[in-house]
Ligand binder design. Structure first.
Ligand code: DGI
Ligand code: FE
Ligand code: FE
Length: 404
C-alpha cells in the first residue's frame, strides 16, 4: 500500500518552544511538502523538574499556543502520557500503527544526527521514517551530508535540509528570562505572555504571585463577565474585611483568585486535581460546579505559589462553605454573595444582613443555597450541611429559636 500522507515528527523538550522551532517547522513543511507535523513534547525525568524545568502541562500548552495558527501542525501529549521517558522507536511505532498510510519524516537536530545510529533500535527507526537533519551553519551542513551518505549506504533514508536553523537556544532564553532581560522577539508573543503570566523560569517562581500578576492571569483565563465578577468580589471582600477586622490584603487576594478556574473545562480541572494528588468524594466528582473551588485552590498553591493556608482555604471552601470557617473564609464566602455584580432574588436581603451580622448573613446564605439545591434536586455537599448545622445550632443556643 503506497503512503498517501507525508507527516513530520518533531520531538523535543520545548522548554520553552521558541521562534527557531516555529521557523524550522514552517521551512521543513515547505521544503519536504509535508501535509502535517506532529509536535511531541518529551517527558522529563521527575528529578529534572527541580532544576528549573517547566512542568509538562506548561510545555504542552506553550507548544499549542506557538502553533495555534499553523495549519497542519498538531501537538501530541502521547509521550507525556506514557509515563517515563519514551524511546523514539516506540513513538514512531505508535504513530505508524495509528496511521499506516503515512510516511513519517523524523526531524533531528544537527548534533543528534551525527550520533543517531547509536539510538536504541536505530535500524527500526530508519525503517519507519525518513531522517531529516537540520544544519546550523555551513560547516555543520558538510558534516551532516557526510553522515547522511554513510547512513544511506546502510539503507537509511536521509534528507539534509536546505535551510539553516535559526540559532536560538531554549537554555539561553531561560537564562534571559531568569535575569529579567528581554527575549528579543525570539519567542512567539503568546508563548512569551504565557511564560510571564505563569512566571516560568524565574527564580521568584517560588514566591507568591502579586495581585497584579494574578489579575493578568485572570484576564487571560476568564471570560469578561467572570473577570469583572472576580474584581467585584475582591472589592467586596476588602470592604467586609475592613468592617469585620479580617486581613484586608489577604481578602483582596482571595477575592481575586476565588474563581480562577471557573472557565476552565471540567476535564482539565480534574486533570489539575489529579496532577496534585487531590482526592475527591463522590458528591464532589458528581457536581462539576464544585470543581473550580478545589482546582482553584490547587492552582493558587502549586502554580501561583500562594502559601498562605487561610487564603487557600478561603478559595477551597468558597462554594460549599464548611464548619469552623475562619473569618477570612467567611468574608470571601459572603463577598461572593454580595459583590456589586450579583443579581438574584434575595440579593437585597443578603446585602442588608451582611452589614448587620456576619453570622446571620452566613445562616441566610447557607439556607438560600440549600433551598436552591433542593429545588433543583442537586446533592448537597456534606460541608454545606455541616456549616448550616453549625450556624443554626449557634443561633439556637443564643436566641432559643431556630426559625429562619
Ligand atoms: O462561582 P460562583 O458562581 O461565583 O459561585 P459559587 O462558587 O458559590 O458557585 C455556585 C454554584 O455552585 C451554584 O451553581 C450552586 C453550586 N453549589 C454550591 N454548593 C453546592 C453546589 N452544588 C452542589 N451540587 N452541592 C453543593 O453543596
Ligand atoms: Fe465560585
Ligand atoms: Fe464567585
Amino acid at each position: 500500500m503506497g503512503a498517501t500522507k507525508r507527516c513530520g515528527l518533531f520531538g523535543g523538550t520545548f522548554d520553552p518552544i521558541h521562534s527557531g522551532h516555529v521557523a524550522l517547522i514552517r521551512a521543513l513543511m515547505r521544503e519536504l511538502s509535508l501535509d502535517e507535523v506532529v509536535l511531541m513534547p518529551t517527558a522529563q525525568p521527575p528529578h529534572k523538574l527541580k532544576n528549573g524545568m517547566a512542568a509538562a502541562e506548561h510545555r504542552l500548552q506553550m507548544c499549542r499556543l506557538a502553533t495555534a495558527d499553523m495549519a497542519g501542525v498538531q501537538v501530541s501529549d502521547w509521550e507525556l502520557r506514557q509515563g517515563g521517558v519514551s524511546f523514539t522507536v516506540d513513538t514512531l511505532a505508535h504513530l505508524t500503527a495509528e496511521r499506516p498510510d503515512t510516511q513519517w519524516y523524523l526531524f533531528v537536530g544537527a548534533d543528534m544526527f551525527l550520533s543517531i545510529d547509536t539510538w536504541f533500535r536505530f535500524a527500526d527507526i530508519a525503517a519507519m521514517a525518513v531522517l531529516c537533519a537540520v544544519p546550523r551553519g555551513d560547516a555543520d551542513a558538510a558534516d551532516l551530508r557526510r553522515k547522511a551518505a554513510s547512513l544511506t549506504a546502510r539503507g537509511a533514508r536521509c534528507v539534509v535540509a536546505d535551510m539553516t536553523a535559526v540559532d536560538v537556544s531554549s537554555t539561553d532564553l531561560r537564562e534571559c528570562i531568569r535575569n529579567g532581560k528581554g527575549t528579543d522577539g525570539l519567542l512567539p508573543p503568546a508563548v512569551e505572555a504565557y511564560i510571564m503570566e505563569n512566571r516560568l523560569y524565574t527564580d521568584e517562581s517560588g514566591s507568591p504571585a502579586t495581585d497584579e500578576q494574578i489579575t493578568a492571569i485572570l484576564r487571560r483565563r476568564l471570560k469578561p463577565k467572570r473577570f469583572d465578577h472576580s474584581l467585584a468580589v475582591a472589592e467586596e471582600a476588602v470592604r467586609l474585611a475592613t468592617r469585620y477586622g479580617a486581613d484586608v490584603q489577604k481578602a483582596r487576594t482571595a477575592g481575586l483568585l476565588h474563581d480562577v478556574m471557573k472557565n476552565t473545562p471540567p476535564a482539565d480541572q480534574l486533570q489539575v486535581l489529579d496532577n496534585y494528588g487531590i482526592a475527591m468524594s463522590e458528591v464532589e466528582r458528581g457536581a462539576e460546579k464544585l470543581y473550580h473551588a478545589m482546582s482553584g485552590a490547587a492552582f493558587a498553591e502549586h502554580v501561583l505559589g500562594i502559601t498562605d493556608r487561610d487564603i487557600l482555604n478561603a478559595v477551597r471552601y468558597h462554594t460549599t462553605a464548611r464548619a469552623g470557617m475562619s473569618l477570612l473564609e467567611q468574608v470571601l464566602y459572603l463577598a461572593d454573595f454580595t459583590s456589586a455584580d450579583r443579581d438574584y432574588d434575595d440579593v437585597d436581603v443578603m446585602r442588608r444582613l451582611v452589614d448587620v451580622s456576619m453570622e446571620d448573613a452566613m445562616a441566610y446564605a447557607l439556607a438560600y443555597t440549600i433551598k436552591d439545591l433542593v429545588k433543583k434536586k442537586k446533592p448537597i455537599h456534606p460541608d454545606t450541611v455541616a456549616a448550616f448545622n453549625e450556624v443554626t445550632m449557634k443561633g439556637d443556643g443564643e436566641n432559643g429559636n431556630c426559625t429562619r
